[in-house]
Design a protein around this ligand. Structure first.
Ligand code: PHE
Length: 449
């Protein structure tokens, strides 16, 4: 077998893993979830959850990946003596595939807004017209399809170039660019009249807006934002160099993820308050509220362009990690060339994305349980597939995989994480499985926390 690829450098490794975790979840989802769940109170819980729960899961995924050096299906198969664990791998691959299909639709919208920022189309519109403009675009069918197609094709080209020459190289350029754009937007936010109000909304712990659901929301947001529970970090882990310190890598990535989520909040909320718009606008915050704000703001057209480029960059660096999970599996298991596997996987994703697009058109008969396909896939992945995937991964890491191998691999034979390994192991083995089970039962409505 040909030598398996690894990431080229430490910075490259951080950029690639960071590229996966920093995505729409930080820029589009975090600000409104934090806003709806008590601002600063949510933030505090989110930080604790990220370090206590998400870091151990990320470390476990990396460990399973690097110890096996296989795609995420084969990894589980190789490291267990009991047959059947590869189902965890299959579930992850299916989750990644599904998420990618609706993620590509949102990315297509970002492309449309980049185009409209260039032409300045929505700059002269009032809120009513902006909504009509957006609804008209979604209802069109063809335009969203062509943009989704463009996005999937772009992702495929990068992934087809391979780990180091494609994914790593792209991330090493895109990640610093994203940071620069975000800082420009934050600098602009500081000058706005609503800065103080926006910041206190984001940061001040308002216990009246925090409830029992805050913890569960924080866990859900953290898993999504850190790309956990679907074998992405197993797959990326399989490309991490043997001498890499995975404790430091996980810590760096989690801190970067939180920093970007916070910066996005700083970029968005002051603007929202300055223009007297409701901050809890939910999922529509980015595509309806922000265009309204840009239309009214000085320098709005440039900022709008920058913002949607940022959104697109965030989306593509995450979607390549999703596609890589599928491509690694298809190419290794069916012994296909990387390029062929990428084409096959992308066509599959495009087919599923097309179902989402068609079901969003007005009067479409494609509806399940009152939801269009887009909402259905979003719901099924975040409510069922990610928590189950995460649960199975920690059970596997804590109870199935060989203990010595687990420790050796995670700590590089005892070199790193000396004081941290014990607590991490205890979290993986006992605490996290219990917590996720509770979260999951709660989501199913079987218990109420
Ligand atoms: N972590 C990404 C984000 O924050 C989303 C993502 C989820 C990417 C799952 C890959 C897998 O947007």
């Amino acid at each position: 077998m040909a030598k398996r690829s690894t990431f080229g450098s430490r910075f490259g490794t951080i950029a690639v893993v960071g590229g996966s975790v920093i995505g729409l979840g930080n820029i589009w989802r975090f600000p409104y979830v934090a806003g709806e769940n008590g601002g600063g109170a949510f933030l505090l819980v989110y930080v604790l959850v990220s370090f206590l729960i998400s870091v151990p899961i990320m470390l476990s995924e990396f460990t399973v990946g690097r110890a096996s050096r296989r795609n995420s299906m084969r990894a589980f198969r190789k490291l267990s003596r009991i047959r059947g664990w590869q189902l965890t791998g299959y579930l992850g691959i299916a989750t990644a595939f599904t998420i990618l299909s609706f993620y590509s639709v949102i990315a297509g919208w970002a492309l449309e807004f980049i185009r409209q920022s260039f032409t300045g189309e929505f700059m002269a519109m009032d809120p009513e017209q902006i909504k009509e403009n957006f609804d008209g675009f979604v209802a069109d069918g063809w335009r969203p399809f062509l943009l989704t197609l463009t996005f999937v094709a772009a992702t495929a080209v990068i992934v087809a170039y391979g780990i180091e020459k494609g994914i790593e190289r792209f991330n090493k350029t895109a990640m610093p660019l994203m940071l620069v754009i975000l800082l420009i937007m934050c600098a602009n936010a500081v000058t706005l009249p609503g800065f103080g109000e926006g910041m206190s909304f984001l940061l001040k712990p308002d216990l009246s807006r925090a409830g029992g659901g805050t913890l569960l929301q924080a866990i859900g947001q953290s898993f999504f934002s850190l790309s956990l529970g679907m074998g992405i970090m197993v797959t990326y882990g399989s490309y991490i160099k043997k001498q890499e310190n995975m404790f430091r890598l996980s810590g760096t990535v989690v801190i970067a993820d939180m920093a970007v989520a916070l910066l996005s909040g700083i970029a968005i909320f002051p603007a929202v308050f300055s223009f007297g718009i409701s901050p809890t606008a939910g999922p529509e915050l980015v595509f309806l509220t922000l265009p309204n704000i840009f239309a009214q703001m000085t320098g709005g057209q440039v900022l709008s362009l920058l913002f949607f480029v940022l959104l697109l960059a965030a989306a593509i660096t995450s979607s390549m990690s999703l596609l890589e999970v599928v491509v690694a599996y298809v190419s290794e298991e069916f012994r296909l060339r990387r390029r062929t596997a990428t084409v096959i996987a992308s066509l599959g994703v495009l087919a599923m994305a097309t179902l989402c697009l068609v079901s969003q058109m007005p009067g479409s008969p494609l509806e399940v349980a009152g939801m269009n396909v887009f909402d259905l896939l979003d719901h099924v992945t975040s409510t069922y597939m990610i928590p189950i995937g995460g649960l199975l991964i920690v059970i596997f890491a804590g109870w199935v995989m060989n203990r010595t191998l687990f420790r050796q691999e995670m700590t590089n034979g005892g070199t790193y994480g000396a004081g941290l390994y014990g607590p991490v192991r205890a979290m993986v083995k006992f605490v996290i499985p219990v917590v996720i089970t509770i979260l999951f039962l709660n989501q199913l409505g079987l218990i109420r926390v």
